[in-house]
Design a protein around this ligand. Structure first.
Ligand SMILES: [Mg+2]
Length: 212
């Protein structure tokens, strides 16, 4: 089984808090609802085809340039907020697993499945999983910046299949976004998680049922 990383296994629930605390340090009052609204707006903008087409996950430099430009609209709230958001939220080390991530990875491992993570990301993810004791459940990590291709390009999914020593038709790709469906063109089956979920439970349990 292959998993996307961002918004599938891990998320950044601290982002609105970064906005309100940064603003407060500069004497600007931002309510929790306003911070949440601003973050949701920025994050949704970052998931549009136009932004994804900018190649931001092919190198750390491109990542910083593209995301900082997108976050610039946050500077209207407090000057410098765009940079704070980039440094405190876009660092993968600041992301945390969803509540159901550990138990689902463990359940899949107990069933003898090989597990890979395939991500559009400019950094190595194994230490991020290790920080939460989850690296033992993952056989391989495939990062866009190392492969030189980003999802939905089939090339990155095929690289992930090779790293697991599996044929594409033996793999289920689990993700949260249309880019993850690119795995179909690589010959894999795909499951896209519902956009909505309760609190910090992503709804990954249903993936375990799919292995029956
Ligand atoms: Mg994702």
């Amino acid at each position: 089984m292959l998993f996307d990383w961002g918004d599938t296994l891990f998320h950044a629930p601290h982002a609105p808090e970064v906005i309100s605390s940064y603003a407060a340090e500069r004497g600007v009052k931002v309510t929790d609802a306003e911070a949440r609204g601003l973050w949701d707006e920025l994050w949704a903008a970052g998931k549009t085809p136009e932004e994804i087409a900018k190649g931001r996950d092919l190198s750390p430099d491109a990542h910083r340039r593209v995301w900082t430009a997108l976050f610039a609209r946050a500077d209207r709230v407090a000057p410098g907020l765009s940079r704070a958001l980039y440094e405190r939220v876009m660092d993968p080390n600041s992301w945390v697993p969803f509540a159901d991530t550990p138990r689902v990875l463990r359940a899949l491992r107990e069933r003898g499945l090989r597990i890979g993570v395939v991500s559009n990301v400019p950094a190595v993810l194994r230490p991020v999983f290790a920080k939460h004791g989850l690296e033992r459940f993952v056989d391989s990590f495939t990062h866009s910046f190392e492969v030189g291709a980003e999802k939905p390009d089939p090339a990155i999914f095929l690289a992930a299949a090779r790293s697991l020593r599996l044929r594409p038709e033996e793999i289920l790709m689990v993700g949260d976004h249309a880019v993850d469906a690119g795995a179909e063109r690589a010959g894999m089956r795909v499951f896209i998680l519902p956009e909505r979920f309760e609190d910090d439970v992503r709804g990954l349990d249903q993936v375990v049922g799919m292995t029956e």
